[in-house]
Design a protein around this ligand. Sequence first.
Ligand SMILES: Cc1cc2nc3c(=O)[nH]c(=O)nc-3n(C[C@H](O)[C@H](O)[C@H](O)COP(=O)(O)O)c2cc1C
Length: 188
Amino acid sequence: MYKSVNSGIDININKEDFTLAFKKISLSELSFNPFEKIGKEWLLLTGGNAENFNTMTASWGQLGVLWNKSVLTCYIRPNRYTYEFIDNGEYFTASFFGEQYRNALAFCGSHSGRDCDKVKETGLTPVETDGCMTFEEAELVLVCRKLYKYDMQESGFTTDDGIPEQFFSKDPYHRAYISEITAVYVKE
Ligand SMILES: Cc1cc2nc3c(=O)[nH]c(=O)nc-3n(C[C@H](O)[C@H](O)[C@H](O)COP(=O)(O)O)c2cc1C
């Protein structure tokens, strides 16, 4: 049982729920277009544990190989509440959903967990796996272990395409997290 930090309501989090709903697969069994999956379908980045966690929507990131490891790289601005959880933890999850959850992801991408309870507002069901949190409604879950982080900065840009003006005039620069994908789960 977990007491939602913002609303104070009790929410059931049962590890067995995850095992029943998902099966573990290998990365080589994945087949999707990463540009569609990340950029168009979006995902939830969730940091923390059953005691306290937060989730936010992302549509930027990469899947690939670095240091002979299969990695996910994601980018989180430090003013996000989720940043506090992912920056402080060793593991987090990247969770992908079917189109029927578009409104839930839109909500998690336009409201802060500092001001509302995203679980209560979206109806998503938190479940625990590998010491991390994800949601029963996800169709694909990547468990990620942080390997390397760095802060993006204006001096790193190599063109004058106007990216800093477009993306960073109001909001702070992202912190990038290169993370090893340690487990992959799909909905049974
Ligand atoms: C489609 C979409 C994609 C987003 N991608 C990112 C992203 O990659 N990095 C980021 O820092 N914020 C991104 N955001 C914004 C956060 O999801 C948003 O600020 C959210 O409310 C943060 O919630 P939090 O304060 O509870 O962490 C995105 C929002 C949307 C709607």
